[in-house]
Design a protein around this ligand. Structure first.
Ligand code: EPU
Length: 466
C-alpha cells in the first residue's frame, strides 16, 4: 500500500487540465454492453475504478483496449455471459451499472449486491423497482440480484426516494428502457450532468430519449443500438477539488477542460466564501487572497452542491475564521473525514444531520487515514494548507477516482510524496505509555527506545511528566 506525505503551506500556481468525469465514464462504459458494434470513448480517465470496470466488462465478453491515453475501444465479442461476480463488484459499487444493460440485451442478469459502504447506506431498491416496472422478474439469491425478462416493456416509473432520486438507478432504468417495447416515462429522474452524458451517449447509439437534465424522461424503445464514438464530459468534482486547492492555499491557478455550466452551485458557494473564479478563453482562473468568509453548505441532488464535494468543502471551511454548518441531504452520514480533520486541528462537532465547523484559521500536519474517495481528497486539501507534514494513509481510495491528483498538484507547486506505507516511512507515533501519567516506570530512561515527539519539553521528554 502507498501513502502520501504532504509538506504543507506551499503556494500553487500554473495550469492543469481536468480529466473526463469518472461518474459519467463508468455508466457509459457499462452501457456499451447494449451496442452492436465497436465503441470509441474519449476522455476516459485512467483510474482504478475504470480498470475494475474494464475487468468486469471483459469477464462479460467485451474486448477493451486503451489506445491513446484517454481513449478506450470497447466491443462486445461474446454475449453468452450474464454474471457479474462478487469479487469484482465488491471492489466498486458502480459495477451495479451493468445490471440494466445486461438485462435488456442478454435477457438475464446476475449481479452481486455490492455490500457495505463507508459513506452510508446505499440500497438499490429503486434500481430494482424500476427494472421490475419494465417487466423484469427479480429475485435476490445468495447475495446476487437475479433479473430476467424475455422482453422488457415500456412503463411509467417513479424513481424518487427518501434522499431524492438515484443517479446510477436512473442510469440503469434509462439504459434498460432503450431496448424495451414501447414508451417508458421516468419521473423523479436524476438530473446530474453525468446522467445527461449517458443519455446523450445512448442517443448517439440510436436510442430515443428526451427530457435529459430534467426530472421527467421519456424513452421510446428501439430494436437495437449501434456502437459509436463519444467524448465524455469533464469531471466537475475534480475541477471543484482543484478550485478548493487554490482557495485553501491562497493561490492563483488556471484550469483547462472545465464545464462551469455543470458547477453553478459550487462556484457560487466558493464565491460566497471569497474565492475569485473567472472564465476566459476556455480557461478558468481561480484565486484567493487568503481571507475566506464563513458559509453554510447543504449538499443536495443536482443542481445543488454535490455530496461529492462536501468533504472537500468541509476541509476548506476549517481555515475560515468563524462558524460554518455543513449538511449532507444525499448521504446524511457521510462525515467520516470530520474525525480525521480534527486530528489536524479542526474544530468540528456533529449535531444531528449537521456538522458545525468552527474555523480556526490554520491546520497542523498529522498522520491521518482516508476512509473513502472524497474524504481522501479532503485530507489532501487539508494537508496542502497545514503547517508541517501530513501523512495520509490508505490513499488507494483516492486512486479509485482521481487521475494523478498528486502529480497535477505537484505540477502546480505542491510538495506531495507518494511513498510505500511502511513503518519506517510513517511519522513517529506517540507512545501512549509516554504520556500516560498513571503508567510511568521509575526508570523513565529505559521506558522507550523511540524518540519522543518533538513538541514535548525537555523535562516532559525525559520524565514523561509535565
Ligand atoms: N438510494 C435509495 N435507494 C436506491 C438508490 C439510492 O434510497 O435504490 C439513496 C441512497 O442511499 C442515497 C441517495 O439515494 O441516500 C442517492 O444515492 P444514488 O443512488 O444517487 O447514489 P449512487 O448512484 O449510488 C452516485 C455516484 C456517487 C455520488 C452519488 C450522489 C456514481 C458511480 N456514483 O452514486 O459518487 O455520491 O451518485 O450524487 O455515479 C463518488 O464519486 O465518490 C461517489 C460516491
Amino acid at each position: 500500500m502507498e501513502m502520501f506525505v504532504i509538506e504543507g503551506c506551499q503556494p500553487l500556481s500554473g495550469r492543469v487540465s481536468i480529466s473526463g468525469a469518472k461518474n459519467a465514464a463508468l455508466p457509459i462504459m457499462a452501457s456499451t454492453l447494449l451496442s452492436d458494434g465497436p465503441n470509441q470513448l474519449q476522455g476516459v480517465p485512467n483510474l482504478v475504478d475504470v480498470v475494475t470496470l474494464s475487468q468486469l466488462l471483459s469477464s462479460l465478453g467485451m474486448k477493451i483496449e486503451r489506445n491513446k491515453n484517454d481513449s478506450l475501444l470497447l466491443e462486445v465479442i461474446d454475449e453468452s455471459c450474464f454474471i457479474a461476480d462478487y469479487d469484482l463488484v465488491r471492489r466498486m459499487r458502480a459495477s451495479i451499472c451493468v445490471l440494466g444493460p445486461l438485462l435488456a440485451k442478454r435477457k438475464k442478469a446476475c449481479v452481486s449486491l455490492p455490500g457495505g459502504c463507508n459513506i452510508g447506506d446505499r440500497p438499490v431498491n429503486l434500481h430494482l423497482k424500476g427494472l421490475a416496472a419494465l417487466g423484469a422478474d427479480i429475485r435476490i439469491e445468495q447475495g446476487y440480484i437475479i433479473a430476467e425478462a424475455k422482453q422488457l416493456t415500456g412503463a411509467k416509473i417513479y424513481l424518487g426516494g427518501p434522499f431524492g432520486s438515484t443517479v446510477t438507478g436512473t442510469c440503469n432504468v434509462m439504459s434498460a428502457a432503450t431496448l424495451a417495447k414501447g414508451t417508458t416515462t421516468i419521473e423523479a429522474a436524476a438530473c446530474e450532468p453525468e446522467v445527461v452524458d449517458l443519455g446523450n451517449y445512448l442517443n448517439a447509439m440510436g436510442a430515443k430519449i428526451t427530457g435529459l437534465g430534467t426530472p421527467f424522461l421519456e424513452i421510446q424503445g428501439v430494436e437495437s443500438l449501434t456502437g459509436t464514438d463519444y467524448k465524455i464530459i469533464p469531471d466537475r468534482i475534480e475541477a471543484a477539488t482543484l478550485m478548493m486547492a487554490a482557495a485553501i492555499t491562497n493561490s492563483s491557478i488556471e484550469l483547462e477542460n472545465v464545464n462551469l455550466a455543470h458547477m453553478t452551485a459550487i462556484v457560487e458557494k466558493l464565491q460566497e466564501l471569497g474565492v475569485n473564479i473567472r472564465n476566459s478563453d476556455d480557461v478558468v482562473h481561480v484565486s484567493s487572497n487568503g481571507k475566506l468568509n464563513t458559509a453554510d453548505c447543504i449538499a443536495l441532488p443536482y443542481p445543488g452542491i454535490p455530496t461529492d464535494v462536501q468533504a472537500q468543502l468541509m476541509a476548506l471551511l476549517t481555515i475560515t475564521s468563524g462558524m460554518n454548518i455543513v449538511t449532507d441531504k444525499v448521504f446524511p452520514d457521510r462525515f467520516m473525514h470530520a474525525a480525521e480533520l480534527t486530528r489536524m486541528g479542526a474544530s468540528i462537532r456533529r449535531e444531528g444531520p449537521n456538522a458545525i465547523i468552527h474555523g480556526q484559521g490554520q491546520l497542523n500536519g498529522a498522520c491521518v487515514m482516508a476512509s473513502d474517495l472524497r474524504a481522501s481528497a479532503a485530507l489532501v486539501l487539508a494537508g496542502l494548507a497545514a503547517k508541517g507534514a501530513t501523512t495520509i494513509r490508505r490513499i488507494y481510495h483516492l486512486d479509485r477516482g482521481y487521475e494523478k491528483l498528486d502529480e497535477k498538484l505537484n505540477s502546480l507547486g505542491a510538495h506531495i510524496k507518494r511513498v510505500k506505507d511502511s513503518p519506517e516511512n510513517r511519522p513517529q507515533e506517540i507512545q501512549p505509555d509516554l504520556i500516560s501519567l498513571s503508567n510511568i516506570p521509575d526508570d523513565a530512561e529505559k521506558r522507550s527506545t523511540i524518540d519522543p515527539p518533538k513538541w514535548l519539553t525537555k523535562q516532559e521528554r525525559k520524565t514523561g511528566r509535565r
